[in-house]
Design a protein around this ligand. Sequence first.
Ligand SMILES: C[S@@+](CC[C@H](N)C(=O)[O-])C[C@H]1O[C@@H](n2cnc3c(N)ncnc32)[C@H](O)[C@@H]1O
Length: 278
Amino acid sequence: MDISQLSDDEFHALRNIMYEASGVKLLVTKKPLVISRLRKRLKELEIDNFKDYLEMIDKPHSKEMEIFINAITTNETFFYRHPEHFYFLTKTIFPSLLEREETSGKPELKVWSAGCSTGEEPYSVAIACKEFFKNHPQWNIIIYAADINSAVLDFCRKGVYSERSVERMPQYLRKQYFDVVETDTSYKGQQFYLHRDIVHSVKFLQHNLLTTFPIGNFDIIFLRNVMIYFDRASKQKVVSLIERNLIQGGYFFTSMAESLHDIRSHLRFVYTGIYQKE
Ligand SMILES: C[S@@+](CC[C@H](N)C(=O)[O-])C[C@H]1O[C@@H](n2cnc3c(N)ncnc32)[C@H](O)[C@@H]1O
């Protein structure tokens, strides 16, 4: 049988399962993409139709459900994505934290990269922190990163990247924080090994944004290029949950292309894609 035969009913069933599990709303136009992402998995399972596959994933706590979510999520990311945000971090937020410390006496910064994908975002934050706070060694920098996709988290912990991942970050930082290894196996023949102190400075965990994150009191939360796959209801739910994990005055980052204009929250606009909790 031809595996590319996914009926509209089966596609709608897969869409519903993905939506209920993650908040991700697959557009109808994504049907060919879903087929191509699942084809390899069906072959591995020696299944030749989507009806049997649906039965496999549509069971509570099924291992196949996790593999399905890993296959369907879109994990596009790279180091220093939206450079304006890193500029804002180092020129506005970090200096304000130093001022805050003068009164609070607590030299601590807590950041969460939510929907971290393969790790480029939290590691970019770790590099930005390392650069800024090198003259303030008493500061305790705590960075958490989480994603629903269990496969990307394994990748993150290795800290090894392709040229495509690092090519848009400032060159002097790339030179400073990576060791380059020539290889025959990667696409452009080079792999970039992130320095181990940066790799070890980020704590990775699996987390679904539709549920409460177990750690709170963050100064900064990144949720960039994740809600673009959500409908308004999922977006509202996730923002309402996540803003509770921010301290008052804490910052919330979405991407440069996203906004919270249609969402009820205690987050007020400060800059494109950046909000602050009232
Ligand atoms: C396009 S990547 C964004 C990566 C990074 N934040 C960036 O801006 O470069 C979107 C990530 O959101 C994750 N994601 C989607 N739904 C999620 C959910 N319900 N809970 C946690 N992560 C989710 C996906 O697995 C994917 O890795």
